[in-house]
Design a protein around this ligand. Structure first.
Ligand SMILES: [Zn+2]
Length: 438
């Protein structure tokens, strides 16, 4: 409902400036009630506690969560809906995640209240980014070959938006749909232009492609702010987007399964995590990761009344950010950056795992290549999909040297031409066919 969203947005914005100790207390309180609620209402979690001889009161804070197991994608898939949702809880949305992850799509539910809370977090994000209410901010829903539009029955939607959830109104009525199946990129760029957006949130590499297409056609937009979501943002891509759209670019971190997890502020000091609405465990091996270290992300939702998610490990690796108060005035914890998917790290000859971000930053920053895909076929064979203009002898020689040195073994690099029109909207820039050991 509208009032609930607005009230929650006011609370969320207030939280943004709270001292760290108060934020931790809010998180602890919500965590305790989430655990109690999950124990009482979700069969899967009830078993988790029972099998370990635990009761909800055993979880007093973040560190106690480690006594519970990690929730895997497979477990969610197996348990959905009966075993992992709350019977009778009002469902705002049932979502299907995109299939770019290694293990295929996943279905999840968001409660009506949770949908409103997530919208409040979107409002906080806009507010942190300095978005003015009169800036044209269409919500684009992008459809690619493996990203289905989430569908709603019109009658259900009408009833819900009138009486239940403001968020549903926004996501069901507002989105401009852009169909991006292969062969439609140029048309989609023009559709995008036709809306004359001033604030957008989209995968940055797609926005970059659109930006160049529009520039080539002599078209320009009066863009105020770009939120880069859905994939890691490289430094080179950020610079190009700022140049193409002549505005600031803020990085967003989220997951369809959970909602919006964090965002960069105008001070550009990393991605502030919504730790007042989610509990984050940033871990390395068995213990917590510290600043500057590469880390796993395990998330617990603190508000989803229809499908609480406890200790869900995301497929991404991140780098833990600074702990001190940010220049923007917020004490919310930060990520330094997102490194990319765990499964898409390249495997070096000595078994070391090289994060996506290292590869993409090098290819884009050092070699000036964009819109590519790297596939590690074997220990000594790399397939590179490149745009025609990047597929040159000089690049091939330089890149063979780069990959040989990076992976510690001589690489045979094979290139394949990749047409802009054929490139999917959302894809993994780096992937490996080798088992990466986890
Ligand atoms: Zn900040």
């Amino acid at each position: 409902m509208l009032w609930r969203t607005l009230l929650e947005a006011q609370v969320a914005i207030g939280n943004y400036y709270r001292p760290r100790a108060e934020l931790l207390e809010i998180q602890r309180r919500k965590l305790r009630s989430t655990v109690r609620y999950a124990f009482d209402n979700v069969p899967l979690y009830h078993r988790w506690f029972r099998d370990r001889g635990m009761v909800p009161d055993d979880v007093n804070g973040l560190s106690d969560l480690a006594r519970l197991p990690i929730l895997t994608r497979d477990e969610i898939r197996k348990s959905f809906p009966g075993d992992i949702t709350v019977r009778g809880a009002p469902v705002g949305m049932t979502l299907t995640t995109s299939g770019t992850t290694s293990s295929g799509p996943l279905r999840v539910q968001r409660g009506v209240r949770y949908s409103d809370v997530l919208l409040a977090l979107q409002i906080r994000k806009m507010w942190v980014g300095g978005v003015r209410p009169w800036w044209k901010t269409p919500l684009f829903q992008v459809q690619g070959p493996d990203i289905p539009f989430n569908r709603y029955t019109p009658a259900v939607v009408m009833w819900r938006l009138m009486f239940r959830s403001f968020a549903l109104h926004v996501v069901t009525l507002r989105p401009k749909r852009i169909d991006l199946r292969a062969g439609r990129v140029r048309t989609a760029a023009l559709e995008f232009y036709a809306y004359r957006p001033q604030v957008v949130q989209m995968p940055p590499t797609f926005l970059r492609r659109v930006g160049y297409m529009l520039r080539d056609e002599g078209k320009s937009l009066d863009m105020k702010l770009v939120f880069a979501g859905n994939e890691p943002l490289t430094r080179a891509c950020r610079r190009e987007l700022m140049d193409l759209y002549r505005c600031d670019v803020l990085d967003i971190y989220g997951a369809t399964e959970l909602g919006i997890l964090g965002y960069e502020c105008r001070a550009h000091r990393g991605i502030h995590l919504n730790s007042d609405y989610f509990a984050f465990e940033l871990t390395r091996g068995d213990g917590p990761a510290s600043e500057g270290e590469s880390s796993d992300v395990v998330v617990t939702t603190l508000e989803n009344e229809a499908m609480p998610i406890l200790r869900y490990r995301l497929e991404d690796m991140v780098v833990v950010g600074g702990d001190e108060k940010c220049d923007c005035g917020s004490s919310l914890p930060r990520l330094a950056r997102v490194e990319g998917r765990r499964k898409s790290r390249l495997v070096a000859a000595d078994g070391a795992l090289i994060p996506t971000s290292y590869v993409t930053e090098s290819l884009e920053g050092r070699y000036g290549i964009r819109d590519y895909q790297v596939v590690q076929r074997k220990g000594d064979a790399i397939l590179l999909r490149l745009r025609k203009e990047d597929d040159t002898k000089e690049n091939l020689a330089a890149l063979s040297g780069f990959f040989s040195q990076l992976l510690g073994a001589r690489q045979s690099v094979e290139t394949e031409e990749w047409d802009l029109e054929e490139m999917p909207v959302k894809y993994l820039a780096v992937s490996t066919d080798l088992a990466s050991g986890d």
